[in-house]
Design a protein around this ligand. Structure first.
Ligand code: ADP
Length: 260
């Protein structure tokens, strides 16, 4: 990122996003702008809507109101006669190519090796020639420190290694944005560091990232902004120094006193 973050292009715009599950309103009007190279960490109590919100960003969840754009493309919907209607599967798949997602439970294909997991989407979705996909896949495995594991199946990898493969797999699509949904919360404590290190490196290289996480150390060290969600709303959005030392909202202070 340049010295003036406000000069960077906008990668994510969410405006007035509302989400219901039946009668339960989980998102109550989310507005968020994320610029290129920013790392935004979302924190908040369980049930506040963090996971739902980032799943809406790549249309794993439908929204009932508002709009989300990533890299200038409206996600999940298209405009018809002034109304938003859900887009075709094909267009949604194309939009998702811009967005890498890393889940809590890795979600690797169990019947594919580490390298095969990584090249699957580039070959079948992006239509990249196999040789090129293999070259890129091997480079990505090396980047997450797993060069020697290319022929290993997920069940033979530790949780931390599986998550690093999952990150490499997401990167293989050359996304403009990476979403992380509690990427370390299913890991044994000794494996958390290796995954956070890969994420820190990505951040240093300028990847735009939205990360739902309970790792306050990571947020403090790596985030450009920390966001607090409460009851389906963003109640605080501040640089980490301010967020952790002088939060504006009393609920943020109460949350921090519980988790730190
Ligand atoms: P957080 O990530 O902050 O813990 P979530 O986004 O997972 O919060 O959940 C927000 C609320 O939405 C919770 O009350 C949860 O039970 C509810 N919820 C999440 N997913 C679903 C679903 N698929 N169907 C019904 N309710 C859901």
């Amino acid at each position: 990122m340049s010295d003036d973050p406000a000069a960077e292009p906008v990668i994510v715009t969410a405006r007035g996003v509302e989400k219901h599950f039946g009668d339960l309103q989980v998102l109550k009007g989310i507005d968020l702008t994320v610029r290129k190279g920013e790392v935004v960490v979302i924190v908040g109590a369980s049930g506040s809507g963090k996971t739902t919100f980032i799943r809406c960003i790549n249309h794993l969840e439908r929204i009932q109101k508002g709009r989300i754009e990533v890299n200038g493309h409206l996600i999940g919907y298209r405009e018809r006669n002034g109304q938003l209607v859900e887009d075709s599967e094909r267009n949604i798949a194309r939009q998702r190519c811009e967005i890498g997602m890393v889940f809590q439970l890795f979600n690797l294909f169990p019947h594919l090796t580490a390298l095969e997991n990584i090249i699957e989407a580039p070959i079948h979705v992006r239509k990249i020639p196999r040789e090129e996909a293999l070259r890129t896949g091997r480079a990505l495995l090396a980047r997450v420190g797993l060069a020697e594991k290319e022929d290993t199946y997920p069940t033979q990898l530790s949780g931390g290694q599986q998550q690093r493969v999952a990150i490499a797999r997401a990167l293989a699509m050359r996304p403009a944005l990476m979403l992380f949904d509690e990427p370390t919360s299913a890991l044994d404590p000794e494996m958390i560091g290796e995954v956070l290190d890969v994420m820190k490196e990505l951040a240093r290289e300028g990847m735009t990232m939205i990360v739902v996480s309970h790792e306050m150390g990571f947020a403090r060290e790596v985030a450009n902004r920390v966001i607090m969600m409460h009851g389906g709303r963003i109640i605080e959005d501040a640089p980490p120094e301010q967020f952790f030392t002088a939060p504006a909202h009393e609920r943020t202070a109460a949350f921090l006193s519980r988790v730190i």
